[in-house]
Design a protein around this ligand. Structure first.
Ligand code: ACO
Length: 154
């Protein structure tokens, strides 16, 4: 695994848009949640190799709206470390519940999130059909529904 550290992206720094778009292909959707979010990046010397976006829903609940690892660095445990970081940070910030959503077709992500302690909490039916202009296909299956998972923070 690459030597990296995770830190808050400062307001004046540019967003790792390509990474954000790999998790959420809509610039419009990203722009809706960014103002109420904090962006954390995983960086090696000079390179951003991962990102997650922590969105504040209310005083009790936060949501990881976007998480992505650069393709060359995937499947090395960095996504797991980003999720652990998000859980720790959200707990320290006083949130009681952390949510994350992914599509019905995203089997790897569903596996990863459940392995990290998130449990199925809701399904937003037809979310990707209603909110995205182009069909999104993953693993040969159309992304139609948003599967919401959540974990209680202690
Ligand atoms: N396909 C299959 N399995 C996966 C996938 C995938 N795309 N992603 C994670 N997994 C599973 C694997 O089983 C893996 O364990 P293994 O390699 O021992 O089999 C396990 O999750 C842990 O993976 P990590 O190495 O910790 O995760 P990684 O660094 O690859 O990051 C991430 C996971 C962020 C999902 C990465 O694959 C990625 O950036 N994908 C593209 C963008 C994306 O789909 N982001 C999530 C969208 S949902 C959202 O943003 C809220």
């Amino acid at each position: 695994m690459a030597d990296f550290h995770i830190r808050l992206l400062r307001a004046e720094e540019s967003l790792p848009l390509e990474l954000l778009l790999s998790a959420d292909p809509s610039v419009d959707a990203i722009q809706v949640y960014l103002p109420n979010s904090k962006v954390y990046i995983a960086e090696t010397t000079g390179n951003v190799i991962g990102v997650y976006v922590l969105f504040s829903i209310n005083a009790q609940e936060a949501e990881i709206k976007n998480i992505a690892v650069d393709e060359a660095h995937q499947r090395q445990g960095i996504g797991t470390l980003l999720l652990k970081h998000a859980i720790r940070l959200a707990t320290e910030q006083g949130f009681k519940k952390l949510l994350i959503g992914t599509s019905n077709a995203s089997v790897g992500q569903l596996y990863l999130y459940q392995k990290m302690g998130f449990e199925l909490s809701d399904i937003k039916f037809n979310f990707f059909i209603d909110n995205y202009t182009e069909p999104i296909i993953e693993n040969g299956v159309q992304c139609k529904h948003m599967i919401m998972l959540s974990t209680t923070l202690k």
